[in-house]
Design a protein around this ligand. Sequence first.
Ligand code: ADP
Ligand code: MG
Length: 682
Amino acid sequence: MPELTTNVRYVKGIGEQRAKSLEKLNITTLRDLISYFPRAYDDRRIYKKIADLAEGEPACVEALVAAPPTLNRIRAGLELVKLRVVDETGALDITFFNQAYMRDNLQAGETYTFFGKPEGVGRKKSMANPIVEREGSRLMTGRIMPIYPLTAGISQLTLVKAVEQGLAACQKLLPDPLPDEIRREHQLCHIGYAYEQIHFPSSEETLAIARRRLVFEELFLLAIGLKRLRGRRDELSCQPWEKTDLTDFTAALSFELTGAQKRAIEDVRAGLSSGRPMNRLVQGDVGSGKTMVAAAALVCAAQNGKQAALMAPTEILAEQHYNGLGPLLEKLGIRAALLTGGMGAKARRAVLSGLADGKIQAAIGTHALISGDVAYRDLGLVVTDEQHRFGVGQRSALAAKGERPHLLVMSATPIPRTLALMIYGDLDVSIIDELPPGRQKIDTFAVPGSYHPRIYRFLEKQIGEGRQAYMICSMVEENGQIPDDRKAAVAYAEDLQEKVFPHLKVACVHGRMKPREKEKVMAAFAGGEIQILVSTTVVEVGVDVPNATVMVVEDADRFGLSQLHQLRGRVGRGMHKSYCILISDNRSEEARARLKVMTRTGNGFEIAEEDLRLRGPGDFFGQRQHGLPALKVADLTCDMALLKEAQAAAFALLSRDPGLGSCPETAARVEEMFAANSGAMN
Ligand code: ADP
Ligand code: MG
């Protein structure tokens, strides 16, 4: 009697050879096998007589092979097997390309079922590369067929047979991770039926029933797991921060905070004074003013005698934060210091000693803030900017430098509503959904490379009016290696300087530059000495030059939508009308659809939804950084209603039975699901 953990090679009808092939798909146990869900289905239920076949409409035909098939070698690499089949209504010509074995597989005088897409009309009907099986076999024809993702050496047929064997072997042993009363309450089918129908549906309706149940199950387990992780954090406590007076802070600003900024700051104040370590995500589109929320938190830290660290993903960004926040903090009597990897040893020593003895209250920097020799006297707040650039590990490393510090994460990559609800379930999220006043729409165009001359003329005109521009050239990846962006950027900038804009000042920044050089170039650009700044993606995050009004992106189709949105956010930060020009010669439908999204909307949340829809959650921005287990059946863009239902059921169960003692199978599956992600959400 097999068990779910049994190796597939022991399943009846599978054996060594097939087990080896299956291993390539990461299928080793019986559970893996039956959980290997189809990626699509092919409806092969329609049978037709030859006379009724309609051009382009796939159908099954039962027909007799009229004469022995012929094999023709047209040229190297092209072999044709041809045959004519007949039924009582007519004849059909069948061709197989490069399947020479078909000549011997098909016997004259025998009847087979052929499934394929008919071509031609009247007496000249044909079918190319149909699926064939013996009449009455009904394994590959006559039903809704699962289409599995494959790798080399495994055919659909192999998988179909293996899964059928697997299902037969374990129909009776599938334990249900959904407690019975929840299954009934939400009108979900039995697990055995769900597995059978997700692989081999009898109809669209039964497939929908199976899918609904499996999606529910998956989201239910996910919700339980996330809630439990969160629960662990809730048990922690800390000294509440009692002083959170921001009157002087707001008075020191040169502008009025937006309503959304005020709300987010209120959320932060409440979190800091709650007596539990805060863990809050602030989400806001580029330019929405997240930095001020961070600044408010830094001020609170100082008022309560705690140190705070603000970590940015790049040196440029860290320096910009320091240059922007330093004077503001000093005005409020708070000592701030910059700490980056590129600093001189002497300056660094001074900062380290200031952090160790507590003289420095706010440290702003890169991941240099978490290097081994950096010690804080009393780190009470950790702010990380542009969250998705950091791995979870880096964030926790910084948090570990304090005693349960409050965490504030700022993300400029809007997370689609569905994802946020899932990942952050009941975690604290503040959304800044309002831009500071006076921002204009950035006109965005998607154009082919042939537009270069026009683009140059446009740049000339903008620069003539005193504006500046960014030009982003893409890096060519060399056999999977992290590409060297220096070559690309330097060559591009030199070309532009010599051949196109000899009378202007063109400069470039790239990842291989020393921080100090980079800083110099950025400062010159910010100061208006440079008119065109060439870069790969270094300017992607946070850089603020309000006079820059044009963003040109070469090979725009190579960037993700969210990345393009970030890049576009570099312009439109001042009072001048701004433009974004996306250049691409990729004519594929997908590439064009994606760039069109950019021209249509400037709303980061909408763009994120589209990105998720077009690329799937796996690609969205790295599963691991979310700490979100991979989902097999649920589709985060469509299953919103079911997600809410499953989440409610999960929370209800946890409040009835926090230890899940009544449903060990549920507990075990949650454990399994999160095994690869332990600690990720903390
Ligand atoms: P984000 O980090 O969300 O992309 P920033 O914090 O860098 O945005 O803010 C973008 C720009 O808007 C900065 O120049 C900042 O000084 C300015 N800014 C922020 N809040 C306001 C506001 N309430 N009114 C006007 N300008 C603001
Ligand atoms: Mg920012």
